[in-house]
Design a protein around this ligand. Structure first.
Ligand SMILES: [Zn+2]
Length: 597
């Protein structure tokens, strides 16, 4: 997901106020194993017909199966037991968000078949909805996080991943798209046809997508390990998809190379939405974007647009590993999707920069996050999501930006290679399944020779605020030099530091202070720096600027220093900022000039 915050608020405001009589979450007593959906959609009509057959494993003794459904008019309901025993049954209870179906004393595997009618709102930004574009009607979907239930009865939580068989009956003049590739198109009477899509890999309901209308298609070259790429536009706009297809050709191979896992979802379509709750949504096989983020007339293509769409696709296609191949087990851990997608977009885009500019974009984004990371203006990355109203906040900016900054810090602390190994192991171990923050911790521990990241992660994910560190060199006559590091806030902080003629090393500061002995035989260093690599999510409070060090620092460290100075506002900071204002890198000099104002 991209560009969530403001539009999501607008959209959720429309649907807030619903009443929950029960827990927000479904029980563990019924687990979906496959969902088969057949829809009949004419976007010119405000309703559509659907039928689902959901294979369910019953694990408990509850005589009612609960599943999510919202604003659906339920028709017939059947329970299928074994090969061919079919019982009519019924919805015996319902609330705004779910229906309860009577299954008696059945256990094991059953199938629930439900026929229903749903709505294609022409004002909504989420669920299934429709819009008129240049005189033609189109149907679209935006489900994340909890609106798939408006399109079909389903188990609408990220932990319930199952394969989906989707087919859509449409008028012959229309096209239909979904996550899977089209496998057949069958003519039907009265001007209809049935379009059938390949079974998907296991997906949570919120990542299912479809679209119906007189679309046009721009066909790109296959990307990476041979993935077919298309850009799907409103009628007459296919040529505007060229830049997006070019971006995929550049980005997909980089992501495959980094993860070591080929793109897993068959084909890759990018579809333009005239309206939606988000800037883009990463549905596997059918990523959707607001039109202006995806399409550009060929004569208006520019380097700026091309860069922006590569960065956006690096986020959305990055989700195909972080979020789709491996899905957070609950929305509480949505940072495992959005933090990673934000982090990996920066990483992929850094590959286009000269090496000295490594992390500069991520550090600038981190600074924008740090400026608001206080209790008055922010919230923790991880909060419990337990109502539709709190679901309002699932895609809060902090989940993206602080989540990404925490990953940058972990990478700097553990080292790029060990972090990379840990992520590959995490993706392989949980491929097509779910994972939690604890699973990430376990993978990083194994890859790093036993480093436990859990206390650091809990500190940074569960609390608001930016730790502030102070450092002091202790060079007493007759004693080996030491570096004292202190902080005022609670929580564990991985501090990576270096000093004149002392290579970088990291220590986890758990309490208020620690003293680190410098390597034996080290003379008192002329300078030290408390955020080596510039990757830490903390500020250093400098009482005396490390002026001597400026020419020894990397660009990432200098940019971090500019932001530290700006926050500290003391006189020695002003002198250092004046020097940094003439730095050769425009990101650093501009930030320093800005800080001097
Ligand atoms: Zn995202």
């Amino acid at each position: 997901m991209s560009g969530a915050a403001s539009r999501a608020l607008a959209c959720f405001t429309l649907i807030a106020g619903s009443v929950f009589g029960q827990s927000f979450y479904l029980s563990n007593d019924a687990v979906p194993r496959k969902e088969t959906v057949e829809l009949t959609i004419d976007p010119a009509r405000e309703t559509f017909e659907g039928s689902v057959s959901i294979d369910v494993e019953l694990r408990g003794l509850d005589s009612t199966i609960w599943l999510n459904a919202k604003n659906l008019t339920i028709g017939s309901v059947f329970l299928v037991v074994g090969e061919d025993t079919i019982y009519p049954t019924e919805v015996i209870r319902r609330s705004d968000e779910r229906i309860g179906i009577e299954v008696g004393d059945q256990t094991g595997r059953v199938a629930i078949q439900i026929a229903y009618q749903g709505r294609l709102d022409d004002k909504a930004l989420s669920g299934p909805y429709r819009r008129k574009v240049e005189g033609e009607w189109y149907a679209y979907t935006t489900f994340a996080p909890i609106e798939a239930r408006r399109a079909f009865p389903c188990f609408d939580e990220p932990r319930f991943k199952a394969p989906w068989d989707i087919s859509i009956r449409v008028k012959r003049e229309n096209k239909a798209f979904s996550n899977g590739r089209e496998i057949s198109e069958t003519e039907e009477p009265n001007g209809w046809k049935l379009v059938e899509f390949a079974t998907t890999e296991p997906l949570p309901a919120e990542m299912v997508a479809f679209a119906v209308g007189p679309f046009d298609i721009y066909r790109g070259e296959p990307a990476g390990h041979g993935t077919p790429v298309r850009v799907i536009t409103a009628k007459g706009h296919a040529a505007e998809g060229h830049a997006a297809a070019q971006a995929t050709a550049a980005i997909l191979p980089r992501l495959e190379a980094y993860t070591g896992i080929p793109y897993a979802f068959g084909k890759l379509d990018h579809l333009a939405l005239p309206a939606g709750a988000f800037g883009a949504v990463e549905n596997p096989g059918l990523i959707t974007y607001r039109t202006r983020n995806l399409l550009v007339p060929p004569n208006q293509e520019s380097a700026t647009f091309a860069h922006a769409i590569r960065a956006l696709q690096a986020h959305e296609i990055g989700h195909q590993w972080f979020g789709n191949l491996v899905t957070q087990a609950s929305w509480d851990d949505v940072w495992l999707s959005e933090g990673f997608a934000t982090w990996i977009s920066n990483k992929m885009m850094d590959q286009e920069e000269p090496p000295e500019r490594l992390h500069l974009a991520a550090i600038a984004a981190r600074e924008r996050m740090m400026e608001v990371d206080n209790p008055a203006r922010s919230r923790p990355v991880r909060i419990a999501i337990n109502s539709r109203e709190i679901a309002l906040d699932v895609y809060n900016r902090v989940v993206y930006e602080k989540g990404a900054a925490i990953l940058l810090m972990l990478e700097g602390w553990l080292g790029e290679d060990r972090f990379h190994d840990g992520l590959r192991a995490y993706l392989n171990e949980h491929r097509f399944g779910n994972a939690t923050t604890d699973d990430l911790v376990a993978a990083l521990r194994a890859a790093s020779g036993g480093v436990d990241t859990s206390r650091v992660l809990n500190s940074f994910l569960n609390t608001v605020g930016v730790p502030e560190l102070r450092g002091q060199l202790l060079c007493d006559r007759g004693a080996a030099p030491r570096l004292r590091v202190t902080k005022a806030s609670p929580g564990a902080v991985p501090v990576c530091w270096r000093a004149d003629r002392v290579a970088s090393s990291c220590t986890v500061l758990e309490g208020p202070s620690t003293e680190i002995a410098l390597p034996t035989g080290t003379a008192c260093p002329a300078w030290f720096y408390l955020n080596s690599g510039g990757t830490g999510y903390y500020r250093t409070r400098w009482t005396q600027a490390p002026l001597l060090a400026l020419r020894e620092l990397t660009d990432a460290e200098k940019l971090t220093l500019v932001y530290d100075f700006r926050a500290s506002k003391n006189t020695s900071a002003q002198a250092a900022l004046a020097r940094l204002a003439s730095d050769a890198d425009p990101e650093i000099s501009n930030a320093a000039r800005e800080a001097l104002k």
